[in-house]
Ligand binder design. Sequence first.
Ligand SMILES: Cc1ncc(COP(=O)(O)O)c(C=O)c1O
Length: 397
Amino acid sequence: MSLDLARLRAETPGCAHGIHLNNAGASLMPAPVVEAVKGYLDLEARHGGHGAAEREAPCLARVYDSVARLIGAAPDEIALTESATRAWQMAFYALESRFTPDTRILVSRAEFGAGVAALRQVARRTGVRVAVIPCDGQGRTDPAALASMLGPDVRLIAVTAIPSNGGLVNPVAEIGRIARAHGIPYLLDACQMVGQRPVDVAAIGCDMLAATGRKFLRGPRGTGFLYLRRPLAEELEPAMLDHFGAPLTPDGYAPRTDARRFESYEHDRAARLGLGVAVDYALGLGLPAIAARCTELSRSLRAGIAALPGAQVHDLGPDPASLVTCTLAGWQAPRLRAALKEAGIAAGLSEAAAAPYDAAARGLPPLLRLSPHCYNDADEILATLDVLARLAASGRG
Ligand SMILES: Cc1ncc(COP(=O)(O)O)c(C=O)c1O
């Protein structure tokens, strides 16, 4: 089913304030999300934080159902977090106790900077070796290369589905089949995929998945979630616990048996409620329809940029997602981004830390990143191309 663009735009208050092409950074929230968050804050103002939480307990509980439905999981396999980074960290550091100096961790070249920092810290303190899985001719993590690297010393495969620095889409399900066949835990960073394309954890075959709320899902900042395949939630002990994740016993503690052992007592309930509404909103539109529109818009934007004099598009892979990255001769990416901002267009910037292994392998400079979402329209794409054409013609930034 195709989307009702007029309705989508009417329900996105930010559309009235410029052209927003930074959905991979932080999207524009739909009105129902904003209203849910504001409404909850009003409740807190009236009844205090605890009173509001008691009143809204059923709605807050339903957020787990929504997130589970979004990715084909069960509600008890979901832990809500404040970011994708925190979700990834909770899974990764829980695995650390399984690592020894002769352990290898295999990762995609697309890994995000936050994960690379954690990998380096754990490598330093445990002696594990981190190896980057080579890419195929189109820049995707190569499943055949992965299969050839496996051995009994591999204790984790960590892959980023869509990187922060471009439209590459990794073959996550092929990787999942290999991980499953060898019984190796598979941690997927789906931060840029969730909300943009359909995600089904059973089809992918991942054991753990980290995602954020504020990007293509269009939820509030400070939200994210971790999926943990059922037996793992009980097998993995979080690196940090509190009395919510692990209720106290007379002389010890008993971690919860569901994924919420990775949560802690205190969190922003207004934001979580907003996340649930954002997920329901995306499900209501339909992920296949959102994906089709994101692909259509990013395809025309990418083609238009590629045709500009001095422009270079840096996205990899045969079926790129809605993250269009480019450079323009004579322009540093931060200046280009600032020039777009002056023209009322919000764009993003991808620096080396967004995907350090990839930036080093390809020798990438900072990139301008444009990431349309389903509520953007064709006129906005044309207007952006006009501004870029003018900047390209001026030849200097
Ligand atoms: C691929 C990828 N992974 C992880 C993250 C981190 O997300 P968060 O800021 O919610 O921790 C980002 C954010 O840009 C990202 O693009």
